[in-house]
Design a protein around this ligand. Structure first.
Ligand code: PLP
Length: 406
């Protein structure tokens, strides 16, 4: 991969911040967008802006065709069986809220939902809200100190009341890869057939090759903006037979078959979950982002990011007083750390003065911080355009600020 060349595709990487060249290491929060994606959005508004699925006129048909072609691209990208298994949402958060709302119809008092201790708040709070509504119970799979799931506790959590297991494929706060495939296969093998298995793929999709059939999940949620596509668009993958039966999430246009004051019938999946006018331009941009990734080759991206991860860990470990939080063997995309007793905000603010953008705080994963008894961490996260030079500048900047933090 020619990263120098790739960087040229991302205009924002050329800007200066605080008079220093931008070193963008906040990719777990959102990735930057390549020019073809930006141009595709602009082209949509200049040449074929129209509402989808509603018009017989030419523009509407062009927009609808492209909108549906992207659904097929996404199907291929995650190896779903049918394109009708791809529901457009606003992102991971909406996908998980959709599930928490829709699957509530299957929950009875006393049922149980399992999440892990290291989930993003989006994979905790919607379930807590569902538990309040349905008088069900949230149970928590703990993590080990290296950030991996404590699998030894799984059996004691699973029982005949378990109805939903919802786990992240990669932790956003620690960058730890979780072997959810193994967990999901295990749950199916021990004949818990009636448990909905959900993967939060927000941090998995940018860094791992995802095959939803191989994962054996019922649902897979992700946000397009974490994978070089626009904000405001994301996906809920759901197995066809489940989506076809599930109760809709929001009511409105597009999700119905027929409406009368006596009775409304709902559209087929995925449209029954896509009420209202969708963000067509963002879907178009999403399609371009997938094309862009495919041109580079996803295997190349994974291999490159892996080298960056190993190199960064090695360099960070050389800095005295710096501690990596979540030292699991398999990590992707992000590294969390602390420097001595300094507050992560100070680390982030000082690095920003040097043009280096990292994330600080609890990363919407407060239970993780409670596990380690810390207020937050500093987190550096990577993307396909992160190169060794970026890491060298990051490390040099850290070495410069360490004495200021004592
Ligand atoms: N889940 C994980 C693991 C995440 O990292 C994020 C975002 O950072 C989310 C869920 C929520 O994603 P979004 O804000 O795009 O809906």
């Amino acid at each position: 991969m020619d990263i120098k060349q790739i960087k040229k595709d991302f205009p924002i990487l050329d800007i200066k911040v605080n008079n220093k060249p931008l070193i963008y290491l906040d990719n777990a929060a959102t990735t930057q967008k390549p020019l073809p994606v930006i141009e595709a959005i602009s082209e949509y508004y200049q040449k074929y802006n129209a509402n989808v699925h509603r018009g017989v006129h030419t523009l509407s048909q062009i927009a609808t065709d492209k909108f549906e072609q992207v659904r097929e691209q996404i199907r291929k990208f995650i190896n779903a069986e049918h394109s009708s298994e791809i529901v457009y949402t606003r992102g991971t958060t909406e996908s998980l809220n959709l599930l928490a709302s829709s699957l509530s119809h299957y929950l009875r008092e006393g049922d149980e939902i399992i999440v892990s201790e290291s989930e993003h708040h989006s994979n905790i709070v919607p379930w807590q809200m569902a538990c309040e509504r349905t008088k069900t119970k949230l149970r928590v799979l703990p993590i080990n100190d290296d950030g991996t799931y404590d699998i030894s506790k799984l059996d004691s959590l699973l029982n005949e009341n378990t109805k939903i297991v919802s786990l992240a494929q990669v932790s956003n706060s620690l960058g730890v890869i979780h072997d959810i495939k193994n967990i999901f296969h295990y749950i199916r093998e021990i004949k818990h057939d009636n448990i909905f298995l959900i993967a939060d793929g927000a941090q998995g999709i940018p860094h791992l090759k995802v095959d939803v059939q191989d994962l054996s999940c019922d649902f897979y949620c992700f946000s397009a903006h974490k994978i070089y596509a626009p904000m405001g668009i994301g996906v809920l993958y759901g197995r066809k037979e489940l989506l076809e039966e599930m109760y809709p999430y929001q009511g409105g246009g597009e999700m119905i078959k027929e409406v009368s004051f006596e009775k409304t019938t709902y559209n087929i999946a995925p449209y029954r979950f896509e009420a209202g006018t969708p963000s067509v331009s963002d879907v178009i941009g999403f399609g371009k982002a997938l094309e862009y990734i495919e041109q580079i080759g996803f295997d190349n991206i994974i291999a490159h990011e892996d080298k960056i991860m190993q190199y960064t860990i090695e360099q960070l470990e050389r800095i005295e007083g710096l501690k990596i939080i979540g030292n699991a063997e398999h990590k992707a995309g992000a590294i969390s750390f602390l420097i001595g007793n300094s507050h992560p905000f100070d680390v982030g603010t000082l690095l920003d003065q040097l043009g280096v953008a990292i994330r600080t705080g609890h990363h919407c994963a407060q239970p993780v911080m409670q596990h380690y008894n810390i207020p937050g961490t500093a987190r550096a996260s990577f993307a396909l355009y992160t190169d060794f030079e970026d890491i060298d500048i990051f490390i040099k900047s850290l070495n410069r600020i360490v004495p200021m933090l004592q």
